[in-house]
Ligand binder design. Structure first.
Ligand SMILES: [Zn+2]
Ligand SMILES: [Zn+2]
Length: 346
């Protein structure tokens, strides 16, 4: 009888331990999103870069722009890099100058004619995915840096899977309707990255075109600009709009087909949709659980709080009742579960 009691107690202890393990496994099933901007704790004019980390360890850098280069210690491993388009504030024509200038007007570092994007990809052995003709352009920039051109990224099976980490960079185009899957070696599933349209422009700035260059006043042909939909292994679906205006397919395709639960919404106005259009998007086109206002081209926060009179405040005031507005202040890692809920954000 005593032995039986001991066995029962042992089984209960084992159940408790295994339950704890399961619980820990679930709590680690979060996607971590870290904004890499110009000023720690703030959302500033030049901030574009976001680093995503899937629960399986796949790390994806999106639009590094002018606030991150290959020397930045915040990066760590980078397995995949996504570029929405070639404009300077996304591809990075100048190096960061940490701490210099203000949040409203960050100071630039030295020019980088090979771009911060390619410099990071070359050092980190990243898989580069970019719309249209940009993958060829970025391959040339990586060749400039490494002395050899990157191979095309692998595309195994029906999900176009490639495994990371890589031992050398690769580069491939991803055009609207297409997708590729990045899988951490040994993981049963991977992160699916789909390309979706954006409506903007994609000229390669003349200063970033190698010899023989462009005629004065013209930019290089970069093909189509784009956005991305990333489906993480915990179920989170993130729609990265890129620079764009509103278009009907935000509802008919991106919302109804992909069902994003998190939107990273570029909303600087004048060159992209503005806060009023962003409000309409959230009310009528896409209804995510959470939204990160990005590409705001203003000093959106002070001490990490939204500043009055900003585009971000206007947006937040009108959408806060039905979507969680997560302000992507630099260097603060946010964690999202499979439903798009940000843990500890409210
Ligand atoms: Zn742009
Ligand atoms: Zn832009």
């Amino acid at each position: 009888m005593r032995v039986q009691s001991l066995v029962v107690a042992l089984v209960l202890v084992l159940l408790w331990v295994s339950h704890g393990t399961v619980a820990n496994g679930q709590s680690s099933g979060l996607v971590r999103v870290t904004p890499l901007g110009s000023h720690t704790g703030e959302l500033c004019r030049n901030d574009r870069a976001l680093l995503f980390e899937d629960p399986t360890g796949v790390r994806i850098l999106y639009d590094p722009g002018r606030t991150v280069d290959e020397t930045d210690r915040r990066l760590g491993d980078v397995h995949v890099m996504l570029l929405s388009h070639a404009h300077t504030d996304h591809i990075g024509d100048v190096r960061p100058n940490p701490g210099a200038g203000s949040c409203a007007a960050p100071a630039a570092g030295a020019a980088n004619s090979n771009t911060n994007f390619a410099s990071i990809a070359a050092v980190k052995n990243a898989a580069v995915l970019a719309p249209g003709e940009l993958s060829g352009y970025l391959s040339r920039k990586i060749l400039n840096i490494r002395g050899s051109a990157p191979a095309a990224c692998a595309e195994g099976g029906l999900d176009n899977i490639f495994d990371v980490p890589l031992s050398a960079p690769c580069a491939s185009a991803l055009r609207p309707g297409g997708s590729r899957t990045a899988r951490r070696g040994g993981a049963p599933t991977g992160v699916r990255i789909a390309a979706v349209p954006a409506f903007h422009s994609n000229g390669v700035p003349a200063a970033l075109v190698d010899a023989p260059g462009e005629a004065p006043g013209l930019s290089g042909y970069g093909g189509s600009e784009g956005g991305f939909v990333i489906t993480f292994t915990n179920g989170l679906v993130a729609y990265l709009t890129g620079d764009t205006g509103m278009f009907g397919d935000m509802e008919t395709i991106i919302s109804r087909y992909y069902h994003p639960t998190l939107v990273v919404l570029n909303m600087s106005d004048t060159v992209t949709l503005g806060p009023n259009e962003a409000i309409y998007m959230m009310k009528s086109l896409i209804r995510p659980r959470s939204v990160m206002p990005s590409h705001v081209n203003e000093e959106a926060t002070s001490g990490g709080a939204i500043r009055p009179g900003t585009r971000v405040e206007l947006f937040w005031l009108f959408v806060r009742d039905y979507v969680d507005v997560v302000v992507p202040v630099s260097d603060l890692t946010r964690s999202f579960d499979g439903s798009g809920r940000c843990g500890g954000c409210r």
